[in-house]
Ligand binder design. Structure first.
Ligand SMILES: [Zn+2]
Length: 434
């Protein structure tokens, strides 16, 4: 068919869930992905795909590994400058380093620059879809949506709303939060590849009235997402207990407000009871697992095996700026590290890491019909990875005996310098020339 493009490369993806099946990983040493009008029409051995599409434009990328576009389920757009702020736990990190940085977003020129840079860096790291924690300032949030729209990425995000315990310039009344969020939803939700996520910062900074305003927004705009933080650090959890004496637990603060459903994504959930996990599974609410952030702020180690056991859906998030960078490849390595050192940790291998970086995230943020793997019918969201010449990764890949070894090496060694091309719906959104 005219207009079909074929990328010939080494291809790997996880069309099935490796936490429930042993044959989740699908790979092709000399593989190809064909797409037309942004939609994948074939994925398989190059010989077969080429024979099925004789008129297609073929791009020979056999020096690259092709994987699905990666999905970051939790990342803060204003926080790039605070990456690497060491030596602090969550509440002091927020007060000393992060909230002052977020206050700078009141300046529209600063916010516009930050939005442009943020979306460029996501694409440069091979991230094609993200659920982005926005800014407290409507104009800055508008700037993010404008940059995201131009970038071609699939971005869900929203104005962050709070009415206590932050800094005065970051707080608004529930009525103001409702009015400003409504304006942004009407302008941006469903525009191109953008979606809106109703976003109270966390229960520490939101009264019951503010959470009620968030519930009203979800009722008025039932296709919007909901996102916030939960059960991140012991100090935060103790504070929430004081603030919500009538709630059963931290999950209960959102549950009581009617905010948990299958479009809700809660970041962290490091310290969760079995009962909380059970209720999350029943509500079909997803969790964004952010391993580098949890280690960086000394928050704790994610109980992944218990999430799997309870059937809670989870994807992975970089949680920049507490997270240590925008690379989902690195985030997957940290997930592996912390599960290896945890007592009763979840054993992870290359198939699980690839799934967590791609399809798991797509499922968590409601994009699994569109993205996350390379099954025909899905959008052509793709990343081409290539080790820099003379790098350690190049040396390991040259000797790798099989795909487990190759993917293990990629997650261990590949970072943004290896992302040579990123595509969303077949369109190039990032390319690295050297
Ligand atoms: Zn966060």
């Amino acid at each position: 068919m005219p207009g079909t493009t074929i990328l010939r490369a080494r291809v790997a993806h996880t069309p099935r869930d490796p936490f429930t099946t042993s044959d989740a990983l699908e790979t092709f040493d000399d593989g190809a992905v064909a797409f037309a009008d942004g939609v994948i029409v074939a994925t398989g051995a190059a010989e077969d795909v080429l024979a099925q599409h004789p008129g297609a434009e073929v791009q020979d990328r056999r020096d690259c590994v092709l994987i699905p576009g990666m999905v970051d389920t939790h990342v803060h757009y204003p926080q790039i400058p605070v990456i690497g702020a060491m030596g602090l736990e969550l509440l002091e990190w927020l007060a000393q380093r992060t909230l002052p940085e977020e206050a700078k977003m009141a300046d529209l020129a600063h916010a516009t620059k930050a939005a442009e840079r943020f979306t460029r860096l996501l694409a440069g790291n091979g991230t094609t879809s993200a659920l982005v924690f926005g800014s407290h300032f409507p104009q800055a949030q508008h700037a993010l949506f404008e940059a995201a729209d131009r970038s071609g990425l699939r971005i869900a995000s929203g104005l962050v709303v709070s009415d206590r315990n932050l800094r005065p310039e970051l707080e608004v009344t529930p009525d103001e939060a409702h009015a400003e969020s409504t304006r942004l939803i009407e302008r941006w939700h469903g525009q191109g590849r953008l979606r809106y996520a109703v976003t109270p910062r966390f229960s520490v900074s939101a009264t019951e009235e503010m959470l009620g305003a968030c519930r009203t927004l979800l009722d008025e705009h039932p296709t919007t997402l909901f996102t916030s933080h939960v059960n991140e650090s012991p100090g935060e959890i103790a504070f929430v207990k004081q603030l919500f004496p009538h709630s059963r637990d931290y999950i209960g603060t959102y549950e009581d407000a009617g905010l948990l459903n299958d479009r809700s994504v809660l970041a962290h959930n490091v310290h969760a009871s079995d009962e909380e996990l059970h209720r999350l599974a029943c509500a079909h609410t997803a969790v964004a697992h952010c391993p580098s952030s949890n280690a960086f702020l000394s928050s704790g180690i994610f109980p992944m095996a218990r999430h799997v056991e309870h059937g809670v859906c989870f994807g992975m998030g970089t949680d920049v700026g507490a997270g240590t960078g925008l690379s989902m490849l690195k985030e997957a390595l940290v997930a592996y590290h912390v599960q290896m050192v945890r007592t009763e940790g979840q054993m992870l291998g290359p198939a699980q890491l690839l799934y967590l970086a791609t399809a798991a995230g797509a499922k968590a943020i409601g994009l699994n019909d569109l993205a996350g793997d390379l099954t025909p019918g899905k959008q052509a969201d793709l990343v081409l990875l290539k080790p820099p010449p003379n790098s350690t990764l190049e040396a390991v890949l040259e000797e790798a005996p099989d795909w487990n070894a190759a993917l293990g090496a990629i997650f261990t060694l590949a970072r943004e310098e290896c992302v040579v091309e990123t595509r969303v719906s077949g369109e190039i959104v990032h390319t690295r020339t050297k």
